[in-house]
Design a protein around this ligand. Structure first.
Ligand code: SF4
Ligand code: SF4
Length: 205
C-alpha cells in the first residue's frame, strides 16, 4: 500500500555475516561510543541541587494574589476555569460575611479553589482571563510528589502569604526586561510577531 508520508522503510531480514555472528565488533563499537562520551561535556545536571537558568517569562506554579491590604483578590467569577483548556481549575464560591472585609476583597470569594497540576499545561490562559489580577503563573517549579492527589493544589498552596515581605513578586514577568527578553533570537519562540517571517498576531491585534 502507498504510504501517506513516504517516510516508511522496507525492512529486509538478511542473513548475518560471520563477523556479525561473533558480536565482538558490535560490542567493541558500542564500548567506543560509551568511552567517547566520558570525555564530552555532560548534558545532564544534578537537579535539584543544580537548576538550569529559567527565562523570566517561564510559566510555573500559580499564585493567587492578595491586594495591598492583604485581602484575597479572587472573586470566584469562574472565568479562569472557563478559559482553562485542560479543565484543571475547580472552585466553590461563597458569600463574604460581615467582618470578613479584611479577608476577601469583594462580596463573593472562592471558599474552595483547586488546580490539578497534573492536568495543567501551563498555558497561562487563566492568568489572561482573570479580570481581577488575582491569578498569575510564577517562576516556581511544581515540586515532585509521590501521590496523585498531592498534585491537586488548594488555597493552602495557591494563595500567597499575608506577610508583605513574603508575597510572590510577579512584576519581573511583566517588566521591560521581559519584553526585551522576548526579542532575544535565542528565545524566538517567545516572540509574538516576527515581521520577517510574517508569523504571529499582526500589530494592533
Ligand atoms: S495555565 Fe492553562 S492549563 Fe494551567 S490552569 Fe491555567 S489555563 Fe489551565
Ligand atoms: S482567579 Fe480571577 S478569573 Fe479565576 S475565579 Fe478568581 S477572579 Fe475569577
Amino acid at each position: 500500500m502507498q504510504s501517506l508520508t513516504n517516510r516508511s522503510k522496507v525492512v529486509v531480514k538478511k542473513e548475518m555475516s560471520f563477523a556479525e555472528k561473533l558480536y565482538l565488533p558490535a560490542v567493541a563499537k558500542g564500548m567506543m561510543i560509551t568511552m567517547s562520551h566520558l570525555f564530552k561535556k555532560k548534558v545532564t545536571i544534578n537537579y535539584p541541587e543544580v537548576e538550569r537558568p529559567r527565562a523570566e517569562v517561564y510559566r510555573g506554579q500559580h499564585v493567587l494574589k492578595r491586594d495591598e491590604n492583604g485581602a484575597e483578590r479572587c472573586t470566584a467569577c469562574g472565568l479562569c476555569a472557563v478559559a482553562c483548556p485542560a479543565e484543571a481549575i475547580t472552585m466553590e464560591a461563597a458569600e463574604r460575611k460581615k467582618g470578613e472585609e479584611g479577608l476577601y476583597r469583594e462580596e463573593k470569594y472562592a471558599a474552595v479553589y483547586e488546580i490539578n497540576m497534573l492536568r495543567c499545561i501551563f498555558c497561562g490562559l487563566c492568568e489572561e482571563a482573570c479580570p481581577k489580577e488575582a491569578i498569575f503563573l510564577t517562576d516556581r517549579i511544581v515540586p515532585t510528589e509521590f501521590e496523585r492527589e498531592d498534585f491537586v493544589y488548594g488555597k493552602d498552596k495557591l494563595v500567597e502569604p499575608n506577610e508583605k515581605n513574603e508575597r510572590v513578586n510577579i512584576a519581573p514577568r511583566q517588566a521591560q526586561s521581559t519584553i526585551d527578553f522576548k526579542k532575544n533570537p535565542e528565545y524566538a519562540h517567545n516572540q509574538l510577531w516576527d515581521p520577517n517571517k510574517k508569523i504571529g498576531p499582526k500589530k494592533g491585534h
